[in-house]
Design a protein around this ligand. Structure first.
Ligand code: ATP
Length: 237
């Protein structure tokens, strides 16, 4: 079943068309990646799905509801979560306060506390620093916090924008293993990455975006084996 369906979506910045009639879908339980070079339109697509930018035309359906013209807070209330590029954490708030912000729309406080304890067990770095200002965390720890905060909102779809950006290779591995743990819990993920090898490695399907258009799509393994993808993005051939 399609959890997210995007049909002929166009997005403009004033007179510049950044997203040019793209169509794609994400099914319940899948990890799907949207890959492509810098400036291809990936972030613009995620922002539009989150209600942070208006769609010029096209259709966006999520969990049976039409997202077009819905304000961002209503979209968030549908349990569509975005972890933005640069993480979007509240730097002056503590780690714990950031986590609680993820759960602000929940009323089951006992469950929230239990889930925070589970997060601390899984990510001891956050437990050790739970009273520290989030802005003092390393980039990798901030990315962990952003992922954990998004999970506390009980997302039906988790959209991740460049989770590997700016991180040391060892930290990238840690973050990607956290993302795989999240996927194994059955959470549906739409992953945007410039690091094509990483993204194809953990997803079932992928879409390649170039200059605002989707130019290729398919099973991630098929894309990884595609000579055109290898030449353009994997530094092979
Ligand atoms: P990146 O990885 O750099 O974020 P991307 O694939 O996510 O790349 P977008 O950030 O979506 O690409 O950018 C798509 C196009 O829209 C680019 O040509 C970019 O220059 C342009 N663009 C992005 N933000 C704005 C803006 N606020 N105003 C005008 N043009 C913009």
């Amino acid at each position: 079943m399609n959890l997210l369906s995007v049909q002929n979506l166009c997005v403009n910045y004033d007179s510049i068309r950044a997203v040019k009639s793209i169509s794609f879908e994400v099914q319940q339980g899948e990890t799907v990646c949207l890959i492509g070079a810098n400036g291809a339109g990936k972030t613009t697509t995620l922002k539009t799905l989150s209600g942070l930018l208006p769609a010029h035309s096209g259709e966006m359906m999520f969990d049976g509801k039409r997202l077009n013209a819905m304000p961002a807070y209503q979209i968030a209330a549908l349990n569509l979560a975005l972890v933005p590029e640069g993480r979007g954490i509240f730097t002056r708030m503590t780690v714990l306060e950031n986590l609680l912000m993820g759960a602000y729309n929940r009323t089951d406080r006992a469950n929230v506390q239990r889930e925070i304890n589970d997060i601390y067990a899984l990510l001891p770095r956050l437990a050790e620093r739970h009273q520290q200002q989030a802005g003092l965390l390393s980039g990798g720890e901030q990315q962990m916090l952003a992922l954990a905060r998004a999970m506390l909102s009980k997302p039906k779809l988790l959209m991740l924008d460049e989770p590997s950006m700016g991180l040391a290779p060892i930290m990238v591995q840690t973050i990607y293993s956290i993302i795989q743990t999240i996927a194994k819990q059955g959470i549906t993920i739409l992953l945007v990455e410039q690091n094509v090898r990483l993204a194809l490695g953990i997803s079932q399907r992928g879409y390649v975006m170039e200059h605002g258009e989707i130019t290729l799509s398919g099973a991630s393994q098929t894309l990884a084996d595609d000579p055109a993808v290898q030449a353009a993005y994997l530094g092979e051939l």
